[in-house]
Every structure is written in C-alpha cells, then in structure tokens.
Design a binder for this molecule. Structure first.
Ligand SMILES: Cc1ncc(C[n+]2csc(CCOP(=O)(O)OP(=O)(O)O)c2C)c(N)n1
Ligand SMILES: [Mg+2]
Length: 327
C-alpha cells in the first residue's frame, strides 16, 4: 500500500481517516495525562463520522469553520497528523507555529478558519466568509460546524437569519451530541430537534445520522450543491455522541453508563468496518490499512516531538506557517 493521504472519495479512505482521528485523539489524551500537552482539549472520539463525512463532501478550497472540538475537522481537511500534533505540543512546525494550540488552530492554506473556544463563536465567522464568497463571486461554499449548545447562542440565530435573507453559500452543521458540557439538550430547548429551528429563518433543514459517515457525506453534498447553485443555506443536524467526557476533567455524572453503551454499540468506525466487509472489502486489506493508520500517528508524534520549540524572537512574527496542501 502506498503512503499517500487517505482518499476520502473512497469508502476505505473514509474509514482510514476516521481511524486516524480516533488514534490521534487517543494519543492526545495520553499526552495530556503525561503532562506533555498543556491548556485544554476537547476530543471528538465518537463523532468522527460527522467530520469525515462532511469534509469529504466539500472541495479542498471550500472554507471550513470549526469548534472547540475541532481536531477531527482539521485532520479530515489536512490529512497531516504531524502538523496537528506539533501545534498541540507548541512546536514551530504546527500550522500556527505552536501558538494556536487546540483551541486556536487555523490555516489559511487549508481554508481552515479556526477551531474556536467560544461557544457559537465560529457561526458569524462562517457567515461572513459566505458573504465574501458571494460578493467575490467564487464557486465556493462554507462548512460551518457547531454543537447543540451553540444553537442556543445569539450568534446562531442572527447568523442563520442573515444567511437566509442574503441567500449565502453556507452549510450549517450542528453536531448534536445531546449535551452541552453537562446540560442535556432536553433541558436547554423546547423544540425536540435543532433542525426544527430552520423553519423560523426560512432555511432548508436536513436531519442526518451523525454516526454514519456515508449518510453525512451524501447529505452535506446535497446541501453544498444547493449552496453553490445559489439556492441558499441549509441547517444540517447530525445526531451523534461523544464517547469521552466534555474535556479532560469530566467525571460523566450527568449521563448513564447504559446510555453510553447504547451509543457505543453504534461506534461510527467499527460499524463502518462491518459495512465495508459486507460490501466485499477483505479483512487482510483492512488490517493493513489499520496498521498504516497507526504507523502514521506514531510517526506524526515522533516528528512533532523532534521539531523545534519556537524561538523567543519569533513572538512578533505572524503565526502562520505554510502547510503542505498536497497534490
Ligand atoms: C460563549 C461561551 N459560553 C460558555 C462557554 C463554556 N463552554 C465551553 S464548551 C461548552 C458547551 C458547548 O456545547 P456544544 O455546543 O453542544 O458543543 P460540544 O461540547 O457538545 O461539542 C460551553 C458552554 C464558552 N466556551 N463560550
Ligand atoms: Mg453538544
């Protein structure tokens, strides 16, 4: 097998990318415990199908706006785990030269307009990006990720209204993992689904199974085509579940082990593996691909570990590094 980046247009490539995200985040969790990564990090373990499905439906130059839970979005776009790892370890080879970290991770070269520690903070940024695509008459459409908690922020309501009246090329993707920190969605909104709110602003609504990478890819693909055709924005709700705590200090007292187990049985990675086998992919091919994904993450860690720390005199240099955008 070659060592080119996983091809997300192919089912095996989507499987490999989901696995890379999972393995990278498990590595990140260990590095946190060992005190090698500082600050905070929110893991998307369990939500990989949303990231890979949505990003795989977009063109490489379509702008992406992410959230505080954004490692998966970044990796799906960049396919460069070493850059992400370096950023988290504060090394100069990170896309923000180690100064962005998990919560301020961005790369103009990748049209990746940032993870964001402010709940709902990315939604107006995505809306502005969509307005600029329209004014500049580009053929690009924006992917805007956010959580169910962010759908209760004013930024969500104002942005959706504005995007709707101006018919902006943007796809709003709510990764509804049923909780905002410890608050279950049923305690924070009266409507049963975030997608119900699309009607209030005259947007198309789309409800997707966020544990199914192909369903997300297909649905977001339809929404992107609508956006590009000038048919306006869509509010996509992808129901999913985070398998880990909200962040590193969460004891998960607000949800039951039974609920977690129910969702774990729908693990987006193992269930997709079964689907690929039922469609004729051989076990040994999958195992080879799994070994390669694990090697890629280990190599990424070694490269990031070996990279330089930023020099003090670099502090005034704008924190952007050119990222290899591949072929
Ligand atoms: C404006 C703002 N308010 C509160 C917080 C604290 N906070 C961090 S993450 C989070 C929950 C976000 O929930 P959701 O949007 O559902 O995303 P998830 O963490 O579930 O992916 C909150 C309230 C914040 N970061 N920013
Ligand atoms: Mg949530």
């Amino acid at each position: 097998m070659s060592d080119t980046a996983p091809n997300l247009a192919l089912p095996a490539g989507r499987y490999e990318m989901m696995l890379m995200i999972r393995l990278l985040e498990e590595r990140i969790a260990r590095l946190f415990q060992e005190g090698k990564i500082h600050g905070t990090a929110h893991l998307c373990i369990g939500q990989e199908a949303c990231a890979v499905g949505a990003v795989s439906a977009a063109q490489r130059t379509d702008p992406i706006v992410s959230t505080h839970r954004g490692h998966g979005h970044f990796l799906a776009r960049s396919a460069d785990p070493a850059a992400l790892m370096a950023e988290l370890l504060g090394k100069v080879t990170g896309p923000c030269m180690g100064r962005g970290g998990s919560q301020h991770l961005c790369s103009r070269d990748l049209a990746f307009y940032g993870t964001n520690g402010i709940t709902g903070g990315g939604i107006p940024i995505a809306t502005g990006l969509a307005l600029s695509q329209k004014l500049d008459k580009t053929a690009l459409a924006v992917l805007c990720f956010f959580g169910d908690g962010a759908a209760n922020q004013g930024t969500f309501h104002e942005s959706l209204n504005m995007a709707s009246i101006w018919n902006l090329p943007v796809v709003y993707i709510c990764e509804n993992n049923l909780y905002a920190m410890s608050t279950p969605i049923r305690e924070s909104m009266r409507v049963s689904e975030v997608a119900d709110r699309a009607a209030a602003y005259g947007l198309e609504a789309m409800r997707l199974d966020g544990m199914d990478v192909d369903e997300v890819r297909e649905g977001v693909g339809v929404a992107l085509r609508r956006a590009r055709a000038g048919e306006g924005p869509t509010l996509v709700e992808a129901k999913c579940y985070r398998f880990c705590g909200h962040s590193k200090s969460d004891r998960l007292v607000y949800r039951s082990r039974e609920e977690e187990e129910r969702w774990r049985r729908r693990d987006p990675i193992s269930s997709y593996r079964e689907r690929l086998i039922s469609r004729g992919l051989r076990q040994d091919e999958l195992r080879q691909l799994e070994r390669r994904a694990a090697q890629r993450i280990e190599r990424a860690y070694e490269q990031a570990q070996a990279a330089e720390e930023p020099a003090p005199q670099q502090v005034l240099v704008p924190p952007y590094r050119k990222v290899d955008t591949g072929p």
